[in-house]
Design a protein around this ligand. Structure first.
Ligand code: FES
Length: 106
């Protein structure tokens, strides 16, 4: 697995992200929707598998799902699965926090 640094420290990530607010990040050449919830980070493909909308424009609900802003499909941030399986799963990416930065595994 190739780990791509997206922030230089946990503190930088926490200062640049807003809790529960999806954020677009580009890791390598891949567009990723990143969500910070408490001390956890979730990274999924930014492209909705239904019709391609940018999920970083969506919102996070109480069930730990990213909700697409176009047709409201709901994808689990851990598994990428749409809760009614109306479209393909999102690709998910691991996030790790090291002393020298926050990384996404590609
Ligand atoms: S494009 Fe995302 S639900 Fe339709």
């Amino acid at each position: 697995m190739n780990w791509v640094k997206i922030f230089n420290s946990l503190q930088e990530a926490q200062s640049r992200l807003t809790e529960n607010k999806p954020q677009l990040v580009v890791a390598g050449s891949i567009r990723i929707c990143l969500v910070m919830r408490g001390d956890q980070f979730f990274a999924v493909s930014n492209r909705c598998t239904h019709n391609g909308e940018s999920l970083s424009k969506g919102r996070v609900n109480f069930s730990n799902e990213i909700v697409c802003p176009w047709h409201g499909y709901q994808f689990d941030l851990r598994t990428g699965r749409e809760y009614r399986q109306r479209s393909a799963d999102l690709e998910t990416f691991p996030v790790k926090i090291e002393a020298d930065g926050v990384y996404i595994g590609m």
